[in-house]
Design a protein around this ligand. Sequence first.
Ligand SMILES: [Ca+2]
Ligand SMILES: [Ca+2]
Length: 193
Amino acid sequence: MGSSSSNMNHIPDAEELMQETGFSSAHLLRLYERFEFLDREKRGELSPDDFEAVGRLALNPIGGRIIGAFFSQGQETVDFASFVRILAHFRPADTNRRDGAPQDPANSQTRKLKFAFQLYDQDGDGMISRVELLQVLRAMMGIQVTEEQLQSIAERAIQEADLDRDDAISFDEFKKSLEKVNIDHKMSIRFLR
Ligand SMILES: [Ca+2]
Ligand SMILES: [Ca+2]
């Protein structure tokens, strides 16, 4: 621990970020190394192009949407603090809470679900429409399924989740339909453990 704390010095606002996101200093250092690696022009900020270099994201069918989440406030670049805040959604849930941990940390069940919901709700109106659902399904399943199969999968998903029958999935409905799914497991990045 003693040797890593000296390296922490060049990380801007390291203490605040650890407090806010729950990352340990070891995590933060690793994220900083990654950030510096991606920041090819050494500007202290990343552009969407820099993310394309992350092979795993490029291969992920909804990788483009995940990259988009880093730029959701319309900004063109991401600094280290924003980078860490977004990745905090992928931190596994705490088994034992530390004193002074944030009330609603980014890795809480609800915040993880909200993050996932936004990947579907591309127009940001708070509802997943049939079209938006189809777009994600199409991206995820690619050419393995026919348009007809896709439609019927979407139809079934909407019928199961759409409790108030308005033909769209609200966040509450999304949350309820995923209650049995282990979102924490699905939305954790192994290197953050
Ligand atoms: Ca929408
Ligand atoms: Ca609904």
